[in-house]
Design a protein around this ligand. Structure first.
Ligand SMILES: Cc1cc2nc3c(=O)[nH]c(=O)nc-3n(C[C@H](O)[C@H](O)[C@H](O)COP(=O)(O)O)c2cc1C
Length: 220
């Protein structure tokens, strides 16, 4: 299993001992696309831990890291989640479904966890006080929106890292959040950022189509 600061060179190998081919960030960006049909090939807990460890390297404002994950591989639960996701087949057809959510209330209750451990005690206490002041004055709904924006950074990381590590994904926002929360005991105040099917694709999926840079960027 990875530790937070493990250098990439010592990442674990695939189940059969072979080093999984790694794609650069650029190659993963070019090659990834949503895949909605998956092979039975298992995705191990160690592989999921690697994906989530690397995903956790995502930056977030104040380093609050408000993202949380539920990793679902139980078939009965995935079948129920598929029903909550308008019958989208990839929810139950992929070996692993990751439910990514943002929980700002959990974050607020554990602010000491996000303060850099190298800070002296007085600076740690001042940082916690500053964060309590900044976010404590916001309505919980506004905090939740803010946290979900941070969790979307983790979503982007996860999709790219999964491709780089040899997996296909299907991110989804088409689901009934209340049902997903009830099935997985996710707190009502949390925001579900996305469901992400993860596995090895059985089909190529659609070729991605994107705006040209000049359509979306100006250079001044
Ligand atoms: C946040 C998010 C939510 C999405 N929701 C769904 C969904 O519910 N169902 C689905 O089939 N695709 C969903 N997609 C996939 C998009 O349609 C897809 O990413 C987009 O068309 C670009 O295609 P590509 O991922 O193949 O490159 C979602 C993608 C994102 C990033």
């Amino acid at each position: 299993m990875l530790q937070n600061e493990t250098p990439a060179a010592s990442l674990p190998t695939a189940e059969d001992g072979a080093q999984a081919p790694r794609l650069s960030a650029a190659d993963a960006a070019l090659l990834r696309h949503s895949v909605r049909r998956y092979r039975d090939t298992p995705v191990t807990d160690d592989e999921v831990r690697t994906l989530l460890t690397l995903t956790g390297r995502a930056p977030s404002a104040f380093n609050l890291q408000p993202w949380r994950f539920v990793v679902v591989r139980d078939q009965g639960t995935k079948d129920q989640l598929r029903d909550a996701a308008y019958g989208q087949a990839q929810v139950s057809g992929a070996p692993v479904l990751i439910v990514l959510y943002a929980d700002m209330e959990d974050t607020m209750s554990h602010l000491d966890e996000v303060v850099h451990p190298d800070l002296p005690a007085d600076k740690k206490a001042a940082t916690v006080a500053m964060l309590e002041n900044t976010f404590g004055g916001m309505p919980p709904e506004a905090r939740a929106v803010w946290a979900n924006a941070q969790a979307n950074i983790a979503l982007g990381y996860l999709l790219l890292i999964a491709k780089s590590e040899g997996f296909d994904t299907s991110p989804m926002l088409g689901f009934q959040a209340d049902q997903v929360k009830a099935l997985l005991s996710i707190p009502a105040h949390a925001t579900i950022t996305a469901l992400i099917a993860v596995g090895r694709g059985d089909v190529d999926g659609f070729r991605s189509h994107r705006h040209a840079v000049d359509r979306v960027a100006t250079f001044r």
